[in-house]
Design a protein. Structure first.
Lengths: 112, 116
């Protein structure tokens, strides 16, 4: 099974600033994803991180707000840009090999 | 589109009590169904899964049966332990709507607390 390291684990940020979350997988995986879990809500898929090309965003999410990089098979970053209090949430990195999905511990973001 | 409706929590039980967490789904194709668990301070972990109708997934004493006729995948355990205290997420993966991407659609999660 794959182990995912995600950092930071939590942060408190000022509105208008940006935060970059890093996700490192300890083995090569086929797919990497970014999810958001707002308070009291289910996990919502933000985008699929594609190696060496632009991420594929779900409805309601755009690259300008959530730029994503995936320079290789084991690493990805998600940036939350120009933050507002509505962006306060848990952000989760996920990776998938041929048989199953794995998740990081999440980044708890609070925007003040 | 796909959706997962999960029993609202929190659920509080005494040790050795019987647990049921209800989960129903809506999907465009023939999804695979999953239960994930998140223990305090840890990431989501796959608890069990079922890939076709009438399959029963089981792990650590937990069971769930894929019921296509009722579009349900209820999680059960006959005797819970304090160590089962966690958040449980029902999820589906529907290749019909996502190609080979196998994106997961999650329920809202149910917090289970088991008291000694």
């Amino acid at each position: 099974s794959a182990v995912i390291s995600q950092k930071p684990s939590r942060d408190i940020c000022q509105r208008g600033t940006s935060l970059t979350i890093q996700c490192q997988v300890d083995s090569q995986v086929t797919m990497m994803f970014w999810y958001r879990q707002q308070p009291g809500q289910s996990l919502t898929l933000i985008a699929t991180a594609n190696q060496g090309s632009e991420a594929t965003y779900e409805s309601g999410f755009v690259i300008d707000k959530f730029p994503i990089s995936r320079p290789n098979l084991t690493f990805s970053t998600l940036t939350v840009s120009n933050m507002s209090p509505e962006d306060s949430s848990i952000y989760l990195c996920s990776a998938r090999d041929l048989t199953r999905a794995f998740f990081g511990q999440g980044t708890r973001l609070t925007v003040v | 589109g796909n959706s997962v409706t999960q029993m609202e929590g929190p659920v509080t039980l005494s040790e050795e009590a019987f647990l049921t967490i209800n989960c129903t789904y809506t999907a465009t194709g023939y999804p695979s169904l999953f239960w994930y668990v998140q223990y305090p301070g840890e990431g989501l972990q796959l608890l069990l899964k079922a890939t076709k109708a009438d399959d029963k997934g089981s792990n650590k004493g937990f069971e769930a049966t894929y019921r296509k006729e009722t579009t349900s995948f209820h999680l059960e355990k006959g005797s819970v332990q304090v160590s089962d205290s966690a958040v449980y997420f029902c999820a589906l993966s529907d290749p019909e709507s996502g190609g080979s991407n196998y994106k997961l659609t999650f329920g809202k999660g149910t917090l289970l607390t088991v008291n000694p």
